[in-house]
Design a protein around this ligand. Structure first.
Ligand SMILES: [Zn+2]
Length: 161
């Protein structure tokens, strides 16, 4: 069984740094220069364990710093095109996540709430076995669960359909 933890799990600095390194390598491979706006978007995403609603992120970044809304939206588009960032299907396509293994999460199909998957040891074991069987050096995987969260399950049973 995979253990779940609530949304606001603090991400430790090491995890965050590892993601930033991964993202920087992806940018270098894709020939994407790290402009101030792109860096701000990456840092925002790397510091979070769950998918992020694009509008929320862009508003926060535009309010706090160094760039215009348009630059942040463009940065997200470029990252999507380069495969660093992908849309999360369970959240009405409004949320994005890093396309790296460390960002695996579980998303509610109905309200878009997401929880980080805290214990991925079973998955790491699977990755190890797949690598051993195929001889591939696995660099990352994408894993997306979606379902209905506790709150939405309660609302569904209370409301007449
Ligand atoms: Zn929900």
């Amino acid at each position: 069984m995979l253990a779940m933890r609530p949304v606001d799990r603090a991400l430790d600095a090491g995890d965050c740094r590892a993601r930033l390194e991964w993202a920087s390598e992806c940018c270098a491979r894709a020939d994407l220069q790290l402009t101030a706006a792109r860096r701000a978007v990456l840092e925002f995403l790397c510091a979070r364990t769950t998918p992020v609603v694009v509008e929320t992120m862009v508003s926060a970044l535009a309010a706090s710093s160094c760039g215009h809304f348009v630059s942040f939206y463009r940065a997200v588009q470029r990252f999507e095109a380069a495969g660093l960032v992908r849309r999360v299907s369970g959240a009405g396509q409004r949320a994005v996540r890093l396309a790296c293994a460390a960002a695996d999460s579980l998303v509610c199909r109905q309200c878009g709430r997401a929880v980080a998957i805290a214990d991925l040891s079973a998955l790491h074991e699977l990755e190890r076995r797949v690598a051993a069987r195929t001889g591939y050096r696995i660099q990352y995987h994408l894993l997306e669960f979606d379902g209905i969260c506790h709150r939405c399950q309660r609302v569904n049973t209370v409301l007449p359909s």
